[in-house]
Design a protein around this ligand. Structure first.
Ligand SMILES: Nc1ncnc2c1ncn2[C@@H]1O[C@H](COP(=O)(O)OP(=O)(O)O)[C@@H](O)[C@H]1O
Ligand SMILES: [Mg+2]
Length: 353
């Protein structure tokens, strides 16, 4: 315990992405969990530069609003504040960083690269795995090449989608309706919709374009939603998500009571083993480190489909990874401690990430 107290950890949170609010909630949970585990933790919002978050501010952060912050709200934040964060005395005085950011530059390898440059150890995946996992199409290509099925899809540059009749034809000739329309590199279902019919395409494409310069059109897989949390080199118990009405969109993800999370998922032993194996293959193919959460659909004809890998999944106490860890007998502070240890050991070994 005493030795741990000496380890000082800066929790990076907030940031500029549409998942800013979710990240602040994750960060507040992580700070508390790290302190419960005996570490000395401070919080820093990378959109606010070099200053530590006050204790009062941290206490207010656990609630997530119904909708994500708008692009206009986010554009008022100054992205260069991250440079101040990384070079601030607060960061020089810590032993490591716990990355509690989600989406955008926090999850796509950019912050990881800055931390590599200044030589500060950090939790989770390195630059390459972060960048590839954040790019849904890149991740699908790599993971399917490793033998894990993923729904059929096509991708288009946002600037090249103008003619809706042409798009309808392209869809009808390939994946068909209904389909899922996603910004290629967002999270938390922001800008993501399920189009049942051609008349819905225009509005959904417009939403996806707001969040990415590429739009992913993916075959909709009817069936169940299961997710595999990986810690270290092992798959934790599988979680099933059952949204109440609709699909697992932003509101169903973050409004308490709008989705059931069942861990361990009601699957047979063989089914569990199969999806855990596929989750581990995806984790390794992407070269993730420490922890991650791999999302799957399980079709009515009992086939598994990889949707995406989250290198910085939600980490409040009620998030899926902490729930999966708990089902494996690992309480939240213990989970954070494992993630911290892996990062420090890796850094000590001088492994290039
Ligand atoms: N191909 C699909 N078939 C059915 N549902 C999907 C599909 N793709 C996404 N979804 C639904 O949308 C949610 C978010 O999609 P996902 O690809 O995981 O992106 P995000 O990064 O926003 O979480 C999923 O959890 C699932 O409920
Ligand atoms: Mg997801």
């Amino acid at each position: 315990m005493d030795e741990k107290k000496k380890i000082r950890i800066a929790v990076l949170m907030g940031g500029y992405s549409a998942e800013r609010d979710v990240s602040l909630a994750t960060g507040a949970g992580v700070i508390k969990g790290l302190r419960d585990a005996g570490y000395n933790a401070i919080g820093i919002d990378t959109a606010m530069g070099a200053s530590q978050l006050s204790e009062n501010k941290i206490k207010e952060l656990s609630k997530i609003e119904e909708n994500p912050p708008s692009n206009t709200d986010l554009s008022e934040l100054d992205a260069s504040a991250t440079i101040q964060t990384v070079s601030s005395p607060d960061l020089k005085n810590v032993d490591m960083v716990f990355i509690a950011l989600h989406g955008g530059m926090g999850e796509n390898g950019t912050i990881q690269a800055l931390l590599d440059i200044v030589g500060i150890p950090y939790t989770g995946s390195g630059v390459l795995a972060s960048a590839v996992a954040m790019d849904k199409v890149a991740a699908k290509r790599i993971v399917s090449a490793a033998g894990v099925p993923t729904p059929d899809y096509f991708v288009k540059a946002s600037s090249e989608i103008n003619d809706m009749d042409e798009l309808v034809k392209a869809i009808e000739n390939t994946i068909g309706f209904p389909l899922v329309i996603k910004p290629n590199d967002q999270g938390s279902s922001v800008g993501l919709n399920i189009a049942m019919r051609p008349s819905e395409l225009e509005k959904y494409v417009k939403q996806a374009k707001e969040y990415s310069d590429r739009v992913l059109f993916e075959k909709m897989i009817e069936g169940r939603e299961l997710t595999v949390s990986i810690l270290g080199n092992e798959a934790l118990p599988v979680a099933e998500v059952i949204p109440k009405g609709g699909f697992y969109d932003y509101q169903h993800k973050y409004t308490p009571g709008l989705a059931d999370k069942i861990v361990p998922a009601p699957l047979s032993e063989d089914e569990t083993a199969e999806v855990q194996k596929l989750g581990l293959i995806a984790f390794r193919a992407l070269n993730c480190r420490g922890y991650a959460r791999i999302d799957f659909r399980y079709s009515k004809d009992k086939k598994w489909y990889f949707l995406e890998a989250n290198t910085l999944p939600g980490m409040t106490r009620t998030s899926l990874v902490p729930k999966a860890a708990k089902a494996a007998g690992i309480e939240f502070p213990g989970l954070l401690e494992r993630i911290v240890r892996i990062a420090l050991d890796d850094f000590k070994r001088g492994k290039k990430r």
